[in-house]
Design a protein around this ligand. Structure first.
Ligand code: SF4
Length: 328
């Protein structure tokens, strides 16, 4: 028997999946998008996110994150399909074990939004599937590795799983005594806030292990009132809420934009956690900024903000057992 989709599932199904319809909605020319780029990585944008874009502004910082353009087709050689070394660390089909005491659990290849700068835009999710067989093998791997104390649900976006599936995974992991906490890396609170249903919040509130949610927000304009209310509801449950931001050329590579982002995140109950240098994925070079500029931006944040509002400046290097903290 098919159950009626909930509001967030309806919104997900109704997301823009073609650049022409998105650009029409924004009162912009369809010529701004490049078909070859769109064919190589499809467009997907929920209406809730598109509503935060300024109409008739081709340089809108949210639009620039999702619009397929010709620059994606001219990738320098050092921009790779797997820039962070996920594939060599893939275990049992759905775990990525790079770090000593924590492991990434790839739960789905799907996202509510397709970000053009995504480090996994070329990732072969067919090699990493959460089938029942892979789930059994993954749980066995975790049981056999007592050094792992944290599981990080990643993807794709793990909050695209049904509540039942999320609850099942939480309950199974809670049976492993050395797992102390669970982390969800997700962009859904930002791009599809209707996903933060009372049922999901109850599920997290009653989870047998502490839950950490790491959102991915790149610009203060992404933090609509609806997003703020969704995040504040999450916050009331004592979930730890952190955010990571990717530094993106012409989108947030400005001290004013980054300061405003930290201030607005805090107003949503979220602490800025990481400021990432772009992972060099094939097709994303036009978003990259130099490390020297990233340091300048970070120094500027340190001067302008209280310490707890300044995210750590980091980059990921393939083969390393932790993120690299950029110091100066
Ligand atoms: S939501 Fe995250 S995983 Fe999905 S496309 Fe965007 S950056 Fe990539």
């Amino acid at each position: 028997m098919n159950s009626t989709p909930s509001l967030w599932q309806q919104e997900l199904n109704q997301a823009f999946t073609g650049s022409t319809e998105l650009l029409n909605y924004l009162k912009l020319s369809p010529d701004l998008s490049v078909t070859e780029a769109e064919n190589s990585f499809s467009l997907r944008v929920p209406l809730a996110y598109a509503k935060n874009m300024e109409k008739a502004n081709r340089y809108d910082p949210l639009l620039l994150q999702v619009l397929p353009i010709a620059d994606e087709l001219n990738s320098p050689k050092n921009y790779l399909d797997d820039p962070v070394g996920d594939l060599p660390a893939l275990k049992n089909g759905c775990l990525i074990h790079k770090y000593h005491d924590r492991v990434l659990f790839i739960t789905t290849g799907g996202c509510a939004i397709n970000c053009r700068f995504c480090f996994r835009r070329n990732f072969s999710y067919s090699d990493a599937q959460l089938t029942s067989k892979n789930e059994i093998r993954a749980l066995q791997y975790l049981r056999n590795n007592p050094s792992i104390n944290e599981v990080i649900f990643s993807g794709g976006d793990p909050l695209l799983l049904s509540d039942q599936r999320i609850e099942h995974l939480i309950q199974e992991l809670a049976k492993i005594s050395h797992i102390k906490r669970l982390r969800f890396h997700t962009r859904l609170p930002i791009v599809l806030p209707s996903r933060m249903t009372e049922a999901l919040i109850d599920l997290f509130q009653n989870a047998p292990l502490p839950i950490i949610i790491v959102t991915h927000c790149n610009h203060a304009n992404e933090l609509s009132e609806q997003v703020k209310q969704a995040c504040l509801r999450l916050k009331q449950t004592n979930i730890t809420l952190l955010n990571q931001t990717v530094l993106l050329k012409n989108i947030n590579d400005h001290p004013v934009a980054l300061k405003e982002l930290s201030e607005q995140l805090f107003a949503c109950g979220i602490l800025p956690y990481y400021l990432h240098i772009l992972d060099k994925a094939k097709g994303t070079a036009h978003f990259d900024i130099t490390e020297a500029k990233a340091i300048q931006l970070h120094q500027s944040l340190q001067k302008q903000l209280s310490g707890y509002l300044v995210p750590k400046l980091v980059k990921e290097e393939a083969g390393k057992a932790n993120k690299t903290l950029i110091t100066y």
